[in-house]
Write a protein that binds this ligand. Structure first.
Ligand SMILES: [Zn+2]
Length: 463
């Protein structure tokens, strides 16, 4: 209870737009929030004696009424309704609903697109039929697996073999898998003929729907990959589409040099780059985030399409088993605030759905609670944008990541007064709190805070 009170004090105690949004959806009088249009019948509307011409009512299966809508675009939120028919969002805002729809009172809740996690290691768990309750309870509706160079050997066959999915899932091709097929067991860089084998394998994976190529250059034997070899592989991305997702060669002492290598690969191959779980590890490197972000800005000004992702914790998997926090929270906040950095979790789950790091169970509510509401370092609209439209754009998903008519109905409604993570380093498998409703492709996957057990996820393939 004390947490809720302090959060309200924060919201009411600042002049921020967050507070205005909070007041607006509480329905308090006398406040005109930028998203609230002055319409007929409201004070300030022009006097008009003729009967109003209303648009026809919208046919819906399900309607969320009177929530505070954050549509994923980064624009200011506003109070309104969201209508869903079949798998799609059909109306957003203020509209008439045809009789027969199921109505959900979303008063007091934030409604936004389902969260898209661009950096995960959960493909084996999800493909094995995992119920993904720990993801749904965070509002996560899409996972991109196969990161850090470790994916499946055959992307197409793996995706084809999936019987059911609790959330949507796509895959990257992994450098380690490509290398295994070409230079198995050899502790040396790949030779030209072997690079050609990897290129063929990568081309096949991309044609089968992989979203790009991932590497984990800090991990053996991926450490053996040369810059030249990675440029040669990225040229396949240039031909077939997809992005280069890089866990760079050093995340600590040599981090700036490692960022420069990633930029060089992107520039020389001419491909989009996703810089995975951006960080500067160990206290002696704290403060380097500023330089990392300046390198990104410079590359973007130079025409490189590079974005990054970050998770909401100051300890990495290397720190587990100790009490060390190898990441500076100031650095983490700088990354969170940067316009080219989106949210990703780096979560892994074993086939029972257990995690060793709390991010698999808590990342998204943690960002919302700790960094939006508690510390106030990033506006809610921006945080949601970084969880939805930004990763959708990087993946090329044209019908997800926004709440707008025609988009797939991946929808989350959460309570801003109780959204929080509960997973900790000592107890990483505690589900998050505060997510009340989740739709996956129009089907109710969380109802009144409880997962329903439905499998409404789809296999996503890059088109
Ligand atoms: Zn990684």
């Amino acid at each position: 209870m004390s947490k809720q009170i302090s959060r309200r004090q924060f919201l009411f105690g600042t002049g921020s737009l967050l507070a205005l949004g909070y007041l607006s959806y509480l329905g308090l009088p006398g406040i005109i929030f930028p998203g609230n249009k002055i319409g007929a019948g409201q004070p300030g509307a022009p006097v008009d004696q003729s009967p109003p011409v209303l648009p026809p009512p919208v046919e819906c299966d399900l309607v969320f009424r009177n929530g505070f809508i954050i549509d994923g675009s980064g624009e200011k939120g506003y109070t309104g309704s969201v209508g869903i028919k079949g798998q799609q969002v059909v109306a957003v805002g203020d509209f008439q609903v045809a009789p027969g729809a199921e109505e959900i009172d979303a008063g007091g809740l934030i409604i936004c697109p389902g969260f898209i996690d661009i950096h995960t290691h959960t493909e084996q768990y999800l493909a094995a039929g995992g119920g993904a309750e720990m993801l749904l309870r965070q509002g996560v509706t899409t996972h991109l697996g196969g990161n850090c160079g470790t994916s499946v050997d055959r992307v197409g066959a793996f995706l084809d073999g999936i019987q059911k999915l609790a959330v949507n899932m796509g895959l990257l091709a992994g450098y380690k898998n490509l290398r295994k097929a070409a230079v198995a067991g050899e502790g040396r860089p790949a030779r030209a003929g072997e690079v050609a084998v990897m290129q063929d394998r990568l081309a096949a994976a991309l044609k089968e729907g992989a979203f790009g190529l991932s590497v984990g250059l800090e991990y053996w034997p991926q450490t053996l990959a040369t810059t030249r070899e990675l440029i040669d592989l990225c040229q396949v991305l240039k031909e077939y589409g997809g992005f280069y997702a890089t866990h760079i060669r050093s995340e600590s002492d040599a981090v700036l040099k490692a960022v420069e290598e990633a930029l060089e690969i992107g520039h020389r191959a001419g491909v989009p780059v996703q810089y995975s779980h951006v960080k500067a590890s160990f206290q002696r490197n704290w403060g380097k985030m500023k330089g990392i972000l300046e390198l990104l800005d410079g590359a973007r000004r130079g025409g490189l399409d590079i974005t990054a992702d970050v998770y909401g914790y100051t300890f990495s998997s290397w720190d587990l088993g100790s009490t060390r926090n190898s990441i500076s929270e100031d650095d983490l906040i700088l990354a969170l605030q940067h316009p080219a950095v989106m949210i990703g979790s780096d979560s892994g789950l074993d086939n029972r759905g257990l995690a060793v790091h709390p991010r698999a169970y808590g990342n998204y509510p943690r960002i919302l609670y700790r960094y939006v509401y508690d510390k106030g370092v990033i506006p809610l609209e921006q945080a949601v944008h970084k969880m939805t439209a930004m990763p959708a754009q990087r993946m090329g998903l044209e019908d997800r990541g926004l709440l707008a008519p025609g988009y797939k109905a991946d929808v989350v409604a959460f309570d801003p007064g109780s959204i929080t993570d509960r997973a900790t380093r000592a107890n990483p498998n505690q589900p998050a709190a505060g997510v009340r409703w989740v739709l996956v492709n129009g089907r109710v996957a969380v109802k009144n805070g409880e997962p329903t057990g439905c499998y409404a996820g789809e296999v996503l393939r890059r088109s």
